[in-house]
Design a protein around this ligand. Structure first.
Ligand code: PAF
Length: 282
């Protein structure tokens, strides 16, 4: 596995691969990798000749009061993990490489798809995501890019951007990877104190029960939303940011459960803010 720190160096590698008609799969990450990321690499490994992983804690997607400085980082461990997962090229740029002085250009997807759900409490977050992801797409020019479905809104926003800007890249959303007790894997789970870690399963438990209700015929989105809300509120100190039942593609609110449906939650369990979701075709 080669480790590249500059745009020129990774481009050279990609150019050489393209010359011999090799396909390229990209997994953009912010590092502190877990099984969820490794499942993305595994999928990319099956479908591409060259697998590229990027590790970049992107400052433009963090708000002023968010955890940019304290975001967990462990490059040595990450390097070993991606090497074991048979990644070919690991791209680890510094902030100056991605945003040199005088940098002025951003990519923004407009409308409810970025304004609602996480966009409401994390202003500017998706603008940072779409800007850095478009830069990575332009730098690596992959055939396919892999993203975890845990960040369902991020997937919907990136799919919208790819459609709108005609990126010739296939976006591959991959299933959420969970701990045995249901907690969705996230680099931020490390912030959970022992009791919070136990209580954090309320998110997945509530979503799984909601899924069961829908499978048993419940069609009313409000009933599902209220059920998930009250269930999460059984953990007294949980602070709900949102519980939403929406169209998975547009993230617009729905009244009747039909089609491609996403039930998404964001909840603070102590300090850490956790997100989770279930997507169902009904
Ligand atoms: O999901 C993430 O880790 C980040 O939002 C991403 C896609 C790597 C962009 O910085």
């Amino acid at each position: 596995m080669k480790i590249l720190n500059t745009v020129d160096d990774i481009r050279e590698e990609i150019k050489a691969a393209r010359k011999v008609n090799k396909s390229v799969g990209l997994i953009p990450t912010m590092g502190f990798l877990h099984e969820g990321h490794l499942s993305l690499i595994k999928n990319a490994r099956k479908e591409n000749d060259i697998v590229v992983v990027s590790i970049f804690v992107n400052p433009t997607q963090f708000g002023p009061n968010e955890d940019l400085e304290s975001y967990p980082r462990d490059l040595d461990r990450d390097r070993k993990l991606v090497e074991e997962a048979e990644c070919d090229l690991l791209f680890v740029p510094e902030v100056d490489e991605m945003y040199p002085s005088g940098y002025k250009t951003y990519v923004e997807v407009e409308g409810n798809i970025t304004k609602r759900l996480c966009g409401e409490s994390r202003k500017g977050h998706f603008k940072g995501v779409t800007s850095v992801v478009s830069k990575l797409f332009n730098i690596v020019s992959p055939d396919r890019a892999y993203f975890g479905q845990k960040d369902a809104q991020q997937v919907a926003v990136i799919e919208q951007m790819v459609r709108d800007l005609n990126f010739d890249i296939e976006i591959i959303p991959c299933p959420i990877v969970r701990e045995e007790d249901g907690l969705a894997l996230s680099s931020r789970n490390i912030y959970l104190k022992p009791m919070e870690r136990e209580d954090a399963t309320i998110l997945s438990k509530s979503l799984f029960k909601a899924k069961e209700m829908i499978e048993n015929g419940e069609k009313d989105a409000k009933i599902i939303k209220d059920f998930v809300t009250y269930n999460i509120m059984t953990v007294e100190y949980a602070k709900i940011d949102y519980v939403e039942v929406v169209s998975a593609r547009t993230l617009e609110e729905i009244r009747t459960i039909e089609g491609d449906v996403l039930i998404a939650v964001a909840v603070k369990i102590g300090e850490p803010r956790l997100i989770d979701n279930i997507r169902m075709e009904v």
